[in-house]
Design a binder for this molecule. Structure first.
Ligand SMILES: Nc1ncnc2c1ncn2[C@@H]1O[C@H](COP(=O)(O)OP(=O)(O)OP(=O)(O)O)[C@@H](O)[C@H]1O
Ligand SMILES: [Mg+2]
Length: 244
């Protein structure tokens, strides 16, 4: 008995220490006040993103049209990610380059892409995030939905599952049966304009139990249908929705 208690005590002390160490590590890696920022883009990069020549970008800037980029001591022009989008829209409207704006027009549907593979650890999340960033930098309005309770996509965006969004600010809040919140409330902007995220958390595992109870009670709907109902509320704001 004594031996049993002492090993329990040892386990308790050990788990408290481990918990503390993990918390400290998280705080050091992701301080609560840390803000993710996107680096600036050179005119060569902007030209490649927009599909025009660098000379054309320089010409537009010299004429004082479009956004005013930062100029370095050596005369290099640097554009923020917001300015790249502003320049894209400016050229689409003012320079008769409609093709430069890839956003869908009335009558075109939002494209929903699910990144799936039965195999675990096969780059689904990595693909979702890279594809999302790539599309957003090319002018599409992208929403990435983290549907995995492990919340890898959420963490890659710099948020700690169960730490930053412990107030229930995740997909679960919009799909739960009791008092679901409007989906727009759980959409998070990121450091890349045009790339928004709906986060996940461990509470998504609760949904499996909740859905069985609800189905027995009133024929409630399953996970995927709840998610699609939640997404329907906001889908008209996006060109592409990525599901991880
Ligand atoms: N192209 C790549 N090059 C190097 N490492 C990669 C690449 N793609 C993914 N990884 C790494 O492989 C691991 C698994 O990737 P990822 O989390 O994207 O897989 P997943 O399919 O989403 O996994 P899960 O099934 O757990 O959701 C991660 O540590 C990720 O950083
Ligand atoms: Mg994953």
């Amino acid at each position: 008995m004594t031996r049993h208690l002492s090993s329990l005590q040892f386990m308790n002390t050990f788990s408290t220490k481990l918990d503390k160490a993990l918390n400290n590590l998280s705080l050091a890696q992701y301080p609560p006040d840390a803000i993710r920022t996107m680096r600036k883009f050179t005119s060569t990069e902007v030209a490649a993103l927009l599909g025009v020549t660098e000379a054309y970008i320089r010409q537009v800037s010299l004429k004082g049209q479009g956004p005013e980029p930062e100029t370095t001591a050596t005369g290099k022009r640097l554009y923020s990610v917001e300015q790249v989008l502003e320049l894209r829209m400016h050229l689409a409207e003012k320079a008769r380059k409609k093709w430069i704006n890839p956003r869908r027009v009335d009558g075109e549907d939002c494209q929903i892409i699910a990144i799936t593979n039965f195999k675990g650890g096969s780059s689904k999340t990595a693909t979702t995030i890279h594809l999302g960033h790539w599309l957003a930098l090319r002018g599409y309005r992208v929403l990435a939905v983290d549907m995995d309770p492990q919340a890898s996509l959420t963490s890659l965006q710099g948020a700690l599952p169960g730490f930053d969004y412990r107030e229930g600010d995740t997909l679960y809040s919009a799909i739960r049966f009791d008092d679901p919140v409007p989906t727009e409330k759980i959409v998070h902007k990121t450091h890349i304009i045009g790339f928004d995220v709906i986060c996940a958390g461990l509470e998504l595992t609760e949904f499996e139990t909740a859905v069985t109870l609800e189905m027995r009670k009133s024929g409630g709907t399953g996970f995927l249908l709840r998610v699609s109902q939640a997404l329907e509320q906001i889908v008209d704001r996006y060109d592409i929705v990525l599901l991880d």
